[in-house]
Write a protein that binds this ligand. Structure first.
Ligand code: CP
Ligand code: NVA
Length: 299
């Protein structure tokens, strides 16, 4: 049976630690201009129902660096569940490529692909989860607080400010729980993190107290554009600015998955300031996903 990565919980804690260690090692090799190529003659099909910069480039570049190849299918090409049943897409691709990665509106479509393709399926973002982002987030936390050693993050604290009922927050909560990192989330009523995923707050200043990292994401995720006006009003007090960072632990870092709506959920002062690790975090998408691809497709 192939292994899939639809959410963080699809990896055991030990596997997650192994993927992060591998990511760190692959990045060090790359820095020395050395290449391990465990995915020679392996191909990943990448299906997109939504736009992407980081995810598309990092997965495609990652496959190339590991010796394989990627086939990118844009949103008007496949018609997942519209032109063709999702399970039929899975069965066809599974006979041709070694892995399927997909960015979808409906998480259930990923589950259907996983059940039909016979090859590993990777979530490149759904309405529910963004676990590939969370791997890069963990690698970025390691770089700041425990270089090369995922287990050294235990006891740290991450605070997420904004839409707790979103893909990025949910996957971040998952990776924090697996690594023993405390997770706090500040959101307005109606947009809160599910119970049991971390400590939930209404007041952002309470959530960020003693946090080693403060994380922001857009207030209007892809697919919720219809709610834009209401969301911008509800989330107004949840913008990450320098004063909010000042209320966290000394040595705090600022994270954001990008793309950022500058001045809306995060200020330029934070994004471009000395405490920002946002662009390192974006670059870590490549390295973290190479660790994942080597694990899932390399055998
Ligand atoms: N963070 C992220 O997933 O970016 P893209 O939407 O550009 O892939
Ligand atoms: N929560 C955002 C993340 C974008 C990378 C969205 O789903 O649009």
């Amino acid at each position: 049976m192939p292994r899939h990565f639809l959410e963080i919980g699809d990896l055991s804690r030990d596997e997650l630690v192994g993927v992060l260690r591998c990511a760190h090692a692959l990045r060090s090799e790359r820095d020395r201009d050395e290449r391990t190529q465990p995915l020679r003659r392996r191909t990943l099909a990448m299906l997109f129902e939504k736009p992407s910069l980081r995810t598309r480039v990092s997965f495609e570049q990652g496959m190339l660096e590991l010796g394989g190849a990627a086939i990118v299918l844009g949103r008007d090409e496949v018609g997942l569940g519209k032109r063709e049943a999702v399970a039929d897409v899975g069965r066809v691709l599974g006979g041709m490529v070694h892995g399927i990665a997909a960015r979808v509106f409906d998480h259930r479509h990923l589950v259907e692909l996983a059940g039909s393709g016979g090859v590993p399926v990777i979530n490149m973002l759904s309405d529910r989860h963004h676990p590939a982002q969370a791997l890069a987030d963990a690698l970025t936390l390691m770089d700041a607080f425990s270089p090369g050693e995922p287990e050294g993050l235990a006891g740290r604290k991450v605070a997420f400010v904004g839409d707790g009922d979103n893909n990025v927050a949910r996957s971040l909560a998952g990776v924090c729980a697996a690594l023993g990192v405390a997770f706090a989330c500040a959101s307005p009523a109606g947009h809160r993190l599910e119970e049991g995923h971390g400590d939930r707050f209404e007041d952002p200043r309470e959530a960020v107290a003693a946090a080693d990292a403060v994380y922001a994401d857009t207030f209007v995720s892809m697919g919720s554009e219809d709610e834009k006006a209401d969301r911008l009003e509800a989330f107004g007090p949840y913008r990450l600015d320098e004063a909010l960072l000042d209320a966290a632990a000394p040595g705090v870092i600022a994270l954001h998955c990008l793309p950022a709506y500058r001045g809306v959920e995060v200020t330029n002062g934070v994004l471009d300031g000395p405490r920002s690790r946002v662009f390192e975090q974006a670059h870590n998408r490549l390295h973290a996903q190479k660790g994942l691809l080597a694990f899932l497709l390399g055998g």
